[in-house]
Every structure is written in C-alpha cells, then in structure tokens.
Design a protein around this ligand. Sequence first.
Ligand SMILES: [Zn+2]
Length: 449
Amino acid sequence: MRRATIALLLVLGCQRAPPELAVAPVAAQAALTGALTGAPTAVAAPTAGPTPPAVEVPPTDPAELATWITARAIIVDGHVDLPWRLRKSSTSAGVLTEDVTLATPTGDFDWPRAKAGGLDAPFMSIYVASSFEAKGAKAEAEQLIAIVEALAAAAPDKFALARSPAEVRKNSKAELISLPMGMENGAPLEGDLANVAYFHGRGIRYITLTHARDNHISDSSYDKRHTHGGLSAFGKRVVAEMNDVGIIIDVSHLSDQAFWHVMELSRAPVLATHSSCRHFTPGFERNISDEMIRALADKGGVVMINFGSGFLDGGLSLARDKHEAAIAKRLRKARIKAEHPAARSHITAYEAEHPAPRATVEQVADHIEHVITLVGIDHVGLGSDFDGVGDSLPTGLRDVSEYPNLVRVLLERGHSIQEIEKLVGGNALRVWAQVEALALAKPGPPRTP
Ligand SMILES: [Zn+2]
C-alpha cells in the first residue's frame, strides 16, 4: 500500500518538488493519482457512481512532505554498527543488556526511532576489528551474525532478516524493518575462498574487503604500509568469487590502489557503503575522490555518504581532535579514566561551555549534491555509520529518527521526490539486484547457500 503510493508520487514529483506540488491544484493531483493507481478519481468519477476511494494528497509544507516521503519510500542505510554496539554492551556471559525493540536511552538506533525516521533496511555491520586478523576472525563474525539473527527472531513483528532486495520490499510492505547484513572486514574469510559462499549462506550480502589495517585481502586507507600495493593475489580471487557468489564488494576503507584493482577486476557494480567525498576533506583517503566517484559510477555503483562529522568536513576533523584532546586533559587532571561512569559529568560540564564541533545535516546534503553534480542521481546513497562514529553525528542527523530532516533539506534545495526515492534507497537496491542477477546468471550448477 505504502509502496503504491510512493510510485504515484514519483510521477507527481518527477519535476522539482515541493514547489510543483505546492502549486498543483488538489484536483489535478488526485487525477494523476487515479491515473497511476487505476483507481477512479474525484475529478473523473460520475456524480451518480459509487463513492471513489479517498486519494491521499501529499502535504505541501517541506517538513511535512519529508516525513510523508520517508514513511513511504524504502530507506536503505549502507552501514549501521548496531551488532557491535550490542556486543560491546553485553555482559561477560554474552547476555544483551539493551533492548532495541524499545526506546533506548543511548545509541543511535532503536525500533521506535527507526520507525519515526522511516528507515526500512539498515545494513547491519558485522564488524570484525583488524586485531582479529588470523586470530579468530570467523568466530567473531559468527557471534555478530547470531546477534542479528536473534534480534529478528525475538521480534518478528518488528524486524526481519533480508537476503535479497525482494525480501526488503516484502518486509517493508509488512511494516517490518529489514536487517540485511554486510561484513566489515574480509578477515573472517581466513584465506579460504570457500568462505565467500559460506558467508553468503549465512546471509552476508556485502563484504568490506578490509578495515583499519592491511589484511590478507587488501590494503587499507588507514594503513601506510601498502603491504600488497592494492589487493593481494588472494584478494583478486576473492573479488571474482564474490561476483560469482553474489556478494557486493564494498570499497569503503580500501586504499586507493586497492580501489583501482577492484574497478579493474569486478564484473559487477560495487558500493562504497559508508564513505563521503574527499573533495570536502582533502588528504583523507578514507573518503572517495572525484576521480574514483566517476569510475565507480561508470561501473554502475553507488557512493553511500557517511554522516560522521570528520567525514563531512576536513576542518571539523582537526577541531574535533582538539576538542577530544582538551577533554582527555581535563579527565587526566581529575584522575578519571575516560571509560569510568564519572567521566560523563566532567565531559558534559566541559561541553556546556565548549560545545563539540559538529557538522550539519546541510553538509550531508552538500556531499549528496556533489556526487549528483559529478555523476548524476543514480550513484548516491546513505551510509550513516550510526552507532559507529561516536558522538560525531551532525546537527539534524543525530540518530535514525532524523532522516526526514535530510529529506526536507533536499526538498528545499529543489530535488524531486523521484530523485529522493533513488538516493535514500532505490540506488542501493538496484546495485544489490544487479549483483544478485549476475551471480544467478552464472552458468553451471546452482550454488547451495
Ligand atoms: Zn567503517
């Protein structure tokens, strides 16, 4: 029902919204609505006929329209670190202490806030730290996958696993939040190509080839050793195997050389699941350059913008480092460890006088528009890094309830509903479907999941 409604809005809003919607007479909107849905409309129905079904008219106020859109469009977020957050806050016996089916006082994600934000499919990051390389990485990934599976099993009226774009759409129709999984760090492959298909069977639909350090697959943007000069020999085989099996290659965290190797080798489009534009953060290799954005788009891929303040604004990154150093100094003086509960009140007192420098929701829109200017609307998406970038989220996008603020800014800047529907989720689902189709088209016996 909600998907049918967005479909009609795609046409209604295919020029520039909301101004167009603001000036369109209600009767004209209703006529278009009827034409698209096949329903009789108020303007076309004869006076003596049955009462036509009520036609939903989108609000004209940008803030209200933004909420209206986020409630109807499929929102895919490329990277949410909820599994890691839940694992961190669990007891030493592994019992979860946070229930995200209810409102939680901390963290960036819970079901009520996700619903308020209109979120449909946050990719659950199966994040395996670089320190697990060759030291139990696969077992660590299993633990995190189990957390996501348990979450879906415990609240079947709220969450559901999603192994394909079709399942995401089905879940959204049923008002469920999908929990697709992406593995951040290829370390759990543990040098065995068979583990690519194994993790596909476990529900993993993208793999970020490496994380903070070079691993046995790829060099990392944060590691200056350049161990392989890009991808390792095994990493090149992993790329081919991921194409064959149907797992999306995630180029976030890769060194530039590794990125270019992927561009050369991958037969399928790829995602940068949580990277922003290097244009705004010169020298920060973790973000993606204009040249790389063009190459990624040429292959049909999508850059999913990271919301972390340091990813959005190079100047802010330095200011935030200084801010954190000042807090650390204050805690040292007070002889309190940063992780001690008493640290919180010291930090709050300091920040009351020295607010943490942070980016704004408008800057997220700037990054989105930069990608659009370079390569068009089909190659940009959202990759918040919620629950993964600490207290560095921008004003107006502090948690999963605030996607409507971003949509409002995009509406105010003249983007159409059709464009917004693509960038909040349509583009990412398209890449996922293409990767899936390429694997299914591979000749030979079907792969067992
Ligand atoms: Zn990351």
